[in-house]
Design a protein around this ligand. Sequence first.
Ligand SMILES: [Fe+2]
Length: 400
Amino acid sequence: MKHIRKLTAVLLALLLALSVSSAAFADDEPEKCLRFNADGKFKIMIFTDAHEDDELAESTRALMCEALDKYEPDFVVFLGDNTTVWGYDRQVAAIDALTKPTRDRGIPFGMVHGNHDSEYGTSRDGICAIWASFGCMTYDADPSLYGCGNCNLPILSSDGAKTAFNLWFIDSGSNNTDPGCSGYDYVHPDQIEWYKKTALALKEQNGGEVVPAIDFQHIIIPEVYDELYLELPRSFGKLTFERADKDYFTVPDLMRLNGYWLEHPCPPDVEDGQLAAWKEIGDVIAEFNGHDHKNTLQVNIDGVDIVNVPACGESAYHTDYTRGVGLITLDEKHPRNYKYELIQMYKLALEKDSGIPAACGEERSYYQKIAVLDFVPQVFFAVCRFFNGIGAKLSATLGK
Ligand SMILES: [Fe+2]
């Protein structure tokens, strides 16, 4: 049945590609192969949780355009909950509008599904096909796998001689539909087995050395709870909250707050073994997720950075402190030491000549107020990062 759905989706994509004017693709066909630049760097910009429809909000469009122009990424990832709109034609128009700033600049791009994209009448396979028709580089590596769009994109070294880095794109699903289960979906065993098999094949091609990698998926891994929250033996009213049959103290570990943590994360209830697989293979240095629109926290769990990128879309629930886009800079010479920056929208809006409109009828000076109010938390986060850095070095030294 699934093969029939996928075949239908491919046929729909072909029809769509024929029906859209050739001008839409002629000049902005993305490169088919990723490669480090001559200076050894490679920049990836992340847009997540746009939640946009076929009338792309002006602030979302301006945010994307100004971030792309200022930071000139080599690749863009749309990290899920990209478009939320009923009707196939409107879905096509929404994806067209959302990807246009990236396509207009000739920047190659990939995507993963969020939990919401396929809740509006178009299947995940159908949505993948629409994205492909606009030149999206991600693809369904194995149509038999759970979900759609599970794949990897290697980045070649600047001289093109070898695979220097690898990007994983995993469909973290929508809702858990297993009998008797609830909550968000999880990464299924066949996806994890495919990941391990493909990573080991890459390792073999790379002379026996694992290829360092980043994983992009919409929903955060469940291990964040045991890492950041204290589990208590029973409920203590408002002092605790329950998830996956466990009671946790409401306040997370404050010394780990190196970014905004304005809502409890929403991973699946199921511990699916993905983190264990990353540790077993040893290639994944970081996982980037969206989903929790207001959070910007980064936490290292067993050697893997878990990074929450906040929402970029006006239509998504968000705060103007955190709304923005992510930027990863990879260094070919030091592939395990990437740099990550959160580009907050208000900072771009305060730049001279910015065209980002003020939110909800406010004056543009509104962003100056946000800047003042954001100052103290950012100092606190910097202090946390400093002490966490010392702690990590100490434990690494003591562990040797
Ligand atoms: Fe979302």
